[in-house]
Design a protein around this ligand. Structure first.
Ligand code: PLP
Length: 411
């Protein structure tokens, strides 16, 4: 830094000209002139072709899926909407209110409030933000080691201390250890309804009991659009929502099994008055108070979530979830028949195939065009069954996996 007359540090004057010119693929130049529409579209096409799409069927490592057509339509209809400034968008605001009411019914909480957010990460951050501000000075957040990394991100942002609890044999939080970890310094306890790695559902009623009045957040990013539809299929679904008295907040992701567009999440809270704890003045906007983490919000996704839920309905989700469980069962059978070992009976629609070195198998599959991920606990190849994965896709996946495993001498 240069020194001025008085000896004070002066920032160097940046007088570099902005580089403008003809855009090439590797230059760092701002386009000098607008390109033709055709040119732009062909560049977009090129990028689009490089991406992998759910319709191709070979993405078996994502909790998202191809959104419902009507959600895509809604997204483009509402592309200008911005609930960061809701006075301009009373229609979109009504759609959001309706979705929140529907989700309140789905999660057994008539008086619940909330708003639609960008996904599970934003819901988790908002929950811990609220918990921290409500708990006046408490610093610790107790959650299972299976928690999504967004909770560690949230702790880091909010200067909270993560207290990770190991898992029991069923890959849910060890309740004894959780009990011992909860203290007078606990700002929040978090339970997961559908863990990212295996789909396990923590014992939320028990957590609620041992939390003993502490703020309890349920991360149902994945399970939130699966668990409510299981009883209609005669399947046992562990309780996880506001029907449990101690649950304070819940996050869920309509952009996963809900068939909405990305980014669609929902943050739900038991008592609307709690929003005061995270409210900020927004003097120049049409509504002078903001309680969402984002300012400008992708509100087209609100319309998409409305459209998906309205079009699919409870019955439609029951069918969708049934189809996904059917493929999960079908694939488990085929894998076992081929001699693969599954680390656990799948609690939801994720399969974990045991390998000594799952990353090697993952890489070999990638070379064959299959996209999977690996889990740390249990060490395994992780297969996420979403609605775009059909039995036909499952068959070709087994074929590819057998080949890859044989090449690696892992079968
Ligand atoms: N919570 C859980 C349990 C998840 O599985 C995920 C993502 O897969 C998240 C939170 C984060 O959600 P998002 O990626 O929508 O922010």
């Amino acid at each position: 830094m240069a020194r001025g007359r008085a000896g004070k540090a002066q920032p160097k004057k940046m007088k570099k000209p902005i580089k403008v010119g003809t855009v090439t693929s590797d230059s760092c130049i701002f386009p000098a002139k607008g390109a033709s529409r055709q040119r732009v579209l062909s560049e977009l096409d090129e990028a689009h072709d490089e991406d992998f799409w759910f319709g191709g069927g070979r993405i078996l490592g994502s909790m998202c899926t191809k959104p419902h057509d009507i959600a895509v339509e809604a997204q483009s209809m509402f592309i200008e909407a911005n609930l960061g400034n809701p006075g301009l968008y009373p229609g979109t605001r009504k759609l959001e209110e309706k979705v929140i009411r529907w989700l309140s019914a789905l999660y057994h909480c008539e008086g619940c409030s909330g708003h639609l957010v960008g996904g599970g990460t934003e819901a988790n951050i908002t929950a811990l933000w609220l918990a921290r501000n409500m708990s006046s000075g408490k610093k610790e957040v107790v959650f299972p080691s299976s928690a999504h990394f967004s909770l560690r991100k949230a702790c880091n942002l909010l200067a909270l201390k993560p207290v990770e609890i190991p898992l029991g044999d069923d890959f849910t939080i060890d309740l004894d250890q959780a009990r011992r970890a909860i203290s007078g310094d606990t700002a929040a306890v978090v339970g997961i309804a559908g863990t990212t790695e295996v789909g396990a559902v923590d014992d939320i009623p028990a957590l609620s009991e041992i939390a003993d009045g502490a703020f309890l957040h349920v991360d149902a990013a994945f399970g939130g659009f699966v668990l409510p539809f299981m009883p209609a299929l005669g399947m046992r679904a562990p309780p996880f929502d506001f029907s449990i008295e101690g649950v304070s907040t819940l996050g869920t992701d309509p952009h996963k099994m809900g068939l909405s567009t990305i980014p669609s999440g929902a943050f739900m809270l038991r008592d609307e008055a709690w929003l005061d704890f995270i409210s900020v003045d927004a003097p120049y906007l049409t509504q002078h108070r903001q309680t969402a983490l984002s300012g400008t919000r992708c509100s087209a996704a609100v319309a998409a979530t409305y459209a998906a839920i309205r079009r699919v309905g409870f019955d439609g989700y029951v069918k969708l979830v049934k189809g996904t469980f059917d493929v999960t069962k079908y694939l488990s059978k085929s894998l076992r028949r081929e001699g693969f070992h599954l680390c656990l009976e799948p609690p939801l629609t994720i399969l974990n195939i045991a390998f000594d070195d799952p990353k090697k198998v993952q890489a070999a599959l990638l070379k064959k065009g299959w996209h999977l991920s690996v889990a740390r606990e249990p060490k395994s190849l992780r297969v996420v069954l979403m609605p775009h994965v059909t039995k036909k896709v499952a068959d070709s996946f087994v074929e590819a996996l057998v080949k890859a495993a044989k090449e690696l001498k892992a079968l």
